[in-house]
Write a protein that binds this ligand. Structure first.
Ligand SMILES: C[S@@+](CC[C@H](N)C(=O)[O-])C[C@H]1O[C@@H](n2cnc3c(N)ncnc32)[C@H](O)[C@@H]1O
Length: 288
């Protein structure tokens, strides 16, 4: 939904835009094409490596953008430091990038065997390893239920607790095997790996993804100029619910006008080319 999200921002030459999830720089590049000459892009990403790699795509636009390694939940402080009072548009394309999933060292994916990590920002103190090996059975069960929407959360938490009695659970494959054993035959006919929901839950907990999304949107809305737009692309129902409820709350207060009555979803063609996009939802609102 690259094209849809960019056009939904109603960008004009000279606009100041925040790409709060810079990732591989794909959206930023398209934004820059529309706001130059005269415009300015502020790209934010919690992942240093993403910024380094993505910056390579913006060589033609030197001097028109800055990249900042931070969490977008600090968008107010970031803009303040850059002496930017208000902006024309903010884009949030949340979750992890394909690059992060495919990077075997980061521990995001069930398909790679790597140390349990899952930190987008490698300076965070707590990784998936710490959560899996140190959280109580009750806390594990709660996050797997809440953030993974996993029915078998109790059983998975119990199996994890039993498995780590002998030795710490070190890798993604060890954890995935424990989860598959806990769920057993129940997922035999499932299209997705039984460990997917638990992995999602751990990732959300490690990076406090939902807390950051809520804080980031709440701050971004008040940094928009009148008529400025905010677009949020989310990848699962927990994120989409936060975006939807915040937008609605600000609409009721007269702060935002909702542009997408229903969220936009990728076309069938896009899902065929990029199956990971299948659950993406784009919501857009405008500062009243
Ligand atoms: C789906 S990717 C974005 C892809 C990007 N739009 C592109 O065109 O390449 C999400 C990116 O947002 C970053 N991210 C997720 N949550 C973040 C947060 N709270 N603060 C800063 N960056 C975040 C991730 O590190 C990842 O690089």
């Amino acid at each position: 939904m690259l094209e849809e999200s960019i056009s939904s921002l109603n960008l004009k030459r000279g606009a100041i835009v925040v790409d709060a999830t810079f990732g591989g720089g794909g959206h930023s590049k398209e934004i820059l094409k529309r706001i130059l000459p005269g415009g300015r892009l502020i790209g934010i990403d919690a992942d240093t490596e993403a910024l380094q790699i993505g910056a390579g795509k913006l060589k033609d636009f030197e001097g028109s953008y800055i990249l900042i390694n931070d969490n977008f939940r600090n968008i107010d402080a970031i803009l303040n430091r850059e002496d930017v009072k208000c902006v024309d548009a903010v884009l949030l394309d949340v979750g992890i990038s394909s690059y992060q999933i495919e990077d075997g060292r980061r521990g995001f994916s069930i398909s790679h065997d790597s140390r349990l990590d899952m930190r987008m920002d490698s300076s965070l103190a707590v990784s998936a390893y710490d959560i899996v090996n140190r959280y109580s059975e009750e806390d594990l069960s709660e996050i797997i239920e809440k953030y993974g929407e996993e029915r078998f959360h109790n059983k998975i938490a119990r199996y994890i607790k039993e498995a780590r009695r002998d030795k710490p659970i070190e890798t993604t494959q060890e954890l995935a095997q424990i989860i598959r054993r806990a769920i057993g035959y129940r997922y035999k006919n499932s299209r997705i790996d039984p460990a997917t929901r638990t992995f999602q839950a751990l990732r959300i907990e490690v990076n406090d993804e939902l807390g950051a999304l809520e804080e980031g949107i709440k701050k971004a809305v008040f940094l928009l100029k009148q008529g400025g737009r905010i677009a949020a692309i989310s990848f699962h129902s927990l994120e989409d619910r936060i975006v939807k409820n915040l937008f609605k709350g600000y609409k009721d207060l007269g702060v935002l006008k909702i542009i997408t009555k229903k969220p936009l979803q990728p076309s069938r063609e896009e899902v065929i080319v990029n199956p990971r996009a299948r659950s993406a939802k784009l919501r857009v609102a405008e500062r009243a």
